[in-house]
Design a binder for this molecule. Sequence first.
Ligand code: SF4
Length: 393
Amino acid sequence: MPGTLDYQENGEWPSHITEIRKTRYPIEAYTKGLDAKETQWFGGSAKIRYVYVGFIARRTKDGKHSELHFRIYQPSGQIYKTDALRKILDFSDDYGLGLLEVMGQTGGLIISMDPEKADEAIDVLRSLGTDVGDTGDTFRDFASCVGPALCEYAQYDTLAARDHYMTYEPIYNNLSNQMFPFKVKLKFSGCPMDCSRAAHRADFGFIGMWKGAPDVDENLLKSKIRKEGIKIQNLVQGCPSGAITQDGNSDGIRIDPEKCQKSMNCIRYAFPAIKPGKEKKIALLAGGNIKGRFGPKMAKPVTILDDYKDAEDFIMKIINIWEEDAPHKDRIGDTLVKLGFSKTIDSVKDTLPVEPEGTPSGQKRIINSAVLTDAERERYSVWAKKIMNEYGE
Ligand code: SF4
């Protein structure tokens, strides 16, 4: 009968039910939810020794079950050593249902822990080299792509960059302090593919890039054209900024370094014959968010850095401005819109290398909207104009 576990288990996606039966998840609450076609869980509350954020408490409507989810800090790039992962899974078995979610960008999640054992669990978790992460109005667990650990596109060490900012003293000292108007996120992507979504979902984003045109290995490109069906025409037409032209009638291409907007299109199509350029840079962006006063917005480019550490003071100064000006639930991007992006960035420009070494002026226009369709870009631009009319500089 629809709404029962047996029905679901014999239906189209049986593995979800089969797997959940193997855990200690309160299956009765799950069945009731299926019957009622709505969740049986309500928000709850909990007191845990020395822990004020980073857990989510809930209880069932009938009051029979209550549980805690613990957010935990993850290693950079979510790359675990197997022995560390085993210890965390044992912890999840001992204090929860044996379920661990590792895909979230604001930390891992130990699912459904026993609230009665929470105080004891904290001590054990800390002995494993991690801690309860963050929820609420504070620094959230920073996210980085896998970067140079697994990806040939990486233009800087995203894992080291995240580690650096997680342990940077002014940030580290404020982890878990609920002192801000809203949450703060930092994200680190090794290249413009932006796997950590630094342009869309971070108050401060770092995106690896390079100076000038991509690097072309002409012999390898010719060989790919002959053996793998790579087409010059696709390279030329696929470049969103029209930077690529065919070199006469040959199997070669020219890329205009001033026009290249780092879309990664040619690199993805013809790698490794076409690679990111050799002179590595990092674009610093600010003000992106999904949840904020004025709705979702993409981060805007601030400057181009040679070293991710060069943004330390800038980040703390912008946070200070935001703390002073913003009402509760304004994200940093909302404050930048209200005060004026360029005006605010200009007021703290002495914290940044003003003219980063070797950066041509054309490179300062970082286009991070090439992934949008024309219709989406048009809607975004109408929406942005509306905001600027209301709160313009
Ligand atoms: S953002 Fe770039 S460097 Fe990082 S994993 Fe994605 S493709 Fe690789």
